[in-house]
Ligand binder design. Structure first.
Ligand code: SF4
Length: 763
């Protein structure tokens, strides 16, 4: 398909795959890469991606093995696609914007916009204009600074960060926002793993996972819950393969039997190319959507009962006594959970749960991994708290081969938080900023992503700066979000490629094009590198290798530094020019503000960098009581009226976050269409809907409002009974802004109540 065609909706369906990766993954990765750029550039990116002195993959946050143990092809199909999507030879120039009005661009698909290539120079849309036009960098900074300074309060500005942003730029952005006077630093983590951070902070005193890659390799039993590693963290499959080869077991818990959970063919090993590959899941629990809390309550109940039957042999009393509080209340609460409720909520049989329980009893070292399938439910926080209860019962926290493992989806989403991009950074971080930089940061908590949309919608926020990402398509309630963005006085995006957030814009809009991960970054003192932190708290360097996509690009560090200097002048007096000229000076500051980064510059210069300490691995739980906390978690079934289904929004395999790379979902057997809804055949029969019928998806919300996504084809698919699945961002329109997880404000994109109606205007 050429870059100037929008994909035609021409659905064909083949049986879902029963294994992931293998040679087809290599073929697809190369096909996509060579469609974007030359053989030479493809070779350069692929030889360097995830290597010790190379380019960190801009894809997910799965860690690499230690430098000596890395394969020369240490990447997956998606990693290869991401890096060459960025390294594309296609360019979006001023002529392109002269040719296409914003309204016309707004009518194009996400796929088409992305396929146009790299942005090359700063552009502005002036009030009332129909097109973007070129603008010089200084004028762009002046315009943005004027708008920021004209606001009645700094809290009328939002500074959004997506997980591609590197540590140095993230640190400077939060420094700028706080020096300017606001904590309004929403990020993409608000939309995905906020429930994880919230639950773990409360129970363990730290919002990060506790395990390393080595722990994964040497665990006895790994749960993979609400997660689809074959598509979203593909190299996790080689880690799980290693677990299996070392004698460990895997239990997969999901609403869909994803190919990557079943069997993996390692494309770099002969057994993966010519053999049958490795079975990943020893047991697959085809759970009901949102049933995970009940599952872990059941396992906890069984562990308590097993301990009753054989006192002193099941629970880790030493760990519980020494390191935790709240056990007695938790045990009393858990003993009241009814099996009737568990079986209804999970849709599993008692025998299936008993079989998992038996595996747990045989395992000394247990890890639970999870992703959005847990976090994006109304009870996402209680579910993860229950996972922590489960692990603590047998002391599976803080010892080798055991622990909590929230798997992050974007390369530096964890690092951005570490650097202070959060609307609620603790006072000790703000105090450290004050000590280092000599100004008093604001203490009032800022707005997260959902509250930021509300604020823009209600005219309480008027300037939006997005760094990386595609805010308009990553967020829920698309119609409301788009209205909110259009109400802004000014929207500005620091971006590498064109996306919908540039076409849904404020009165004035700026596109500030920046270097990608793969671009060489040369500043006044010479060539620079940036750093990132992966899902397992490994901090390492990334060095671009390609000539920048255009001579008019600035790095993110340079853009933020110059904007800060233009906006703030010398109040407070911060050395923005030095930061831009030498990123080492930023790292020096980080080392004095952010715990765990002592001697940052020299430690990160080591191949592979260093791992940030996680206190729980030293038996330290930084909660108010100094102990890990058992919790009592209530659960009510989502209210799904008769004739309705619980919809989860998800990615296709041929997609990266909000951007489809092709209109396919190869592993699930969906081709040439994205407006597709997967529904269990038994539900289709009960609803009297036939396979391939054209329907509108209508979500209902408790205030009586309905939201509609039109013209979807129904495909019978083994989703768990009562649930449906469909791709985002097309279905984000169905997720009400007010439908959020308790305690974390994370959109409930995995639990949207919908009904399927015959299409109002069949296509
Ligand atoms: S697993 Fe994630 S980080 Fe690794 S190559 Fe694939 S997308 Fe990139």
């Amino acid at each position: 398909m050429s870059s100037n065609e929008d994909p035609r909706d021409d659905l064909s369906v083949t049986p879902p795959k029963t294994w992931a990766t293998g040679l087809p993954a290599v073929t697809h990765a190369l096909e996509y890469s060579l469609g974007q750029t030359s053989v030479r550039r493809t070779a350069l990116t692929l030889l360097n991606i995830n290597q010790a002195k190379g380019i960190d993959c801009p894809g997910c946050a799965w860690p690499e093995p230690a430098p000596g143990k890395r394969h020369m092809n240490e990447y997956c199909e998606n990693g290869a696609k991401h890096i060459n999507d960025e390294a594309t030879s296609r360019r979006v120039t001023a002529d392109f914007f002269r040719e296409h009005s914003i309204a016309e661009l707004d009518g194009k698909s996400d796929y088409w916009l992305n396929q146009q290539g790299r942005l090359t120079e700063p552009m502005v849309k002036r009030p009332g204009a129909t097109h973007y036009e070129p603008i010089g960098w200084d004028e762009a900074f002046g315009l943005l600074a004027r708008e920021l300074k004209a606001l009645a309060s700094p809290d009328e500005a939002l500074f959004y960060v997506s997980g591609r942003l590197n540590n140095e730029a993230a640190f400077l952005l939060q420094l700028f926002a706080r020096a300017y006077g606001t904590n309004n630093l929403p990020d993409c983590s608000n939309l995905c793993h906020e429930s994880s951070g919230r639950a773990m902070q409360e129970t363990l005193g730290t919002g990060k996972g506790s395990v390393s890659l080595d722990d994964i390799h040497h665990s006895d039993l790994i749960f993979v819950v609400g997660q689809n590693p074959g598509t979203n963290h593909p190299r996790m499959l080689s880690a799980l393969e290693e677990t299996k080869r070392n004698g460990g077991q895997v239990v997969a818990v999901n609403t869909l039997p994803e190919a990557g959970l079943m069997r993996f063919k390692h494309p770099q090993k002969p057994r993966g190319v010519i053999g049958r590959g490795t079975t990943i899941a020893d047991q697959f629990l085809h759970i009901r959507a949102g049933g995970d809390l009940a599952l872990f309550q059941a396992l906890n109940l069984m562990l308590l009962e097993a301990e009753d039957a054989a006192p002193g042999t099941v629970l880790d009393h030493d760990f519980i006594r020494t390191h935790t509080t709240g056990f007695a209340d938790f045990a009393e609460h858990t003993r009241k959970v009814s099996w009737e409720h568990i079986l209804e909520a999970t849709g599993l049989s008692r025998e299936e749960i008993q079989a998992v329980h038996d595996r747990v009893l045989q395992s000394r070292k247990v890890i639970v991994c999870w992703a959005m399938g847990l976090t994006q439910h109304k009870h996402g926080v209680p579910t993860i708290r229950e996972v922590v209860n489960f692990l603590m019962l047998r002391g599976n926290i803080g010892r080798p081969g055991a622990g909590v493992c929230p798997v992050r989806g974007h390369s530096n989403v964890q690092g951005d938080r570490t650097m202070g991009v959060w609307e609620q950074m603790p006072q000790r971080f703000l105090d450290a900023l004050e000590r280092e930089f000599g100004f008093t940061p604001p203490t009032r908590h800022g707005l997260d992503a959902v509250n930021g949309i509300r604020a823009m919608h209600e005219d309480r926020a008027k300037v939006f700066l997005g760094v990386a990402g595609n805010f308009v398509r990553a967020t829920p309630d698309s119609a409301v979000t788009e209205e909110a963005m259009r109400k802004c006085r000014l929207t500005a995006h620091i971006s590498t490629k064109l996306n919908r957030s540039h076409t849904v814009c404020g009165d004035t809009a700026l596109i500030l094009p920046t270097l990608g991960r793969s671009d060489r970054d040369v500043q006044a003192t010479g060539e620079q590198f940036i750093t990132v932190e992966d899902s397992m708290s490994e901090v390492h360097a990334s060095r671009g290798k390609l000539p920048p996509a255009s001579p008019d690009l600035l790095s993110e560090v340079a853009i933020i530094s110059r904007l800060a200097r233009t906006t703030l002048g010398s109040t407070p007096p911060l050395p923005w020019e030095d930061f831009e000229a030498d990123y080492g000076t930023v790292r020096d500051r980080i080392s004095r503000v952010v715990p765990g980064f002592d001697d940052f510059n020299s430690r990160v210069a080591e191949p592979g960098g260093f791992r940030l300490p996680n206190p729980v691995n030293s038996g330290v739980f930084p909660t108010p009581s100094g102990k890990a906390v058992f919790t009592c978690n209530a659960f009510t079934m989502p209210d799904v009226p008769k004739g309705h289904l619980l919809l989860q929004t998800l990615r296709s395999h041929d997609q990266w976050n909000t951007i489809p790379y092709a209109p396919n979902d190869r592993y699930r057997g969906i081709h040439n269409a994205r407006r597709v809804v997967l529904v269990n055949p038994a539900d289709l029969a009960a609803l009297d809907i036939a396979d391939r019928d054209e329907v509108d998806l209508v979500s209902i919300w408790r205030d009586g409002t309905e939201r509609r996504a039109e013209n979807f084809r129904v495909v019978g698919y083994p989703t768990s009974p009562g649930s449906a699945a469909s791709y985002y961002p097309e279905t984000n329109v169905l997720v009400p802004l007010d439908s959020v997880a308790d305690f974390s404000n994370c959109p409930t994109s995995k639990g949207v109540v919908v009904r399927l109606e015959p299409a109002r205007t069949p296509g």
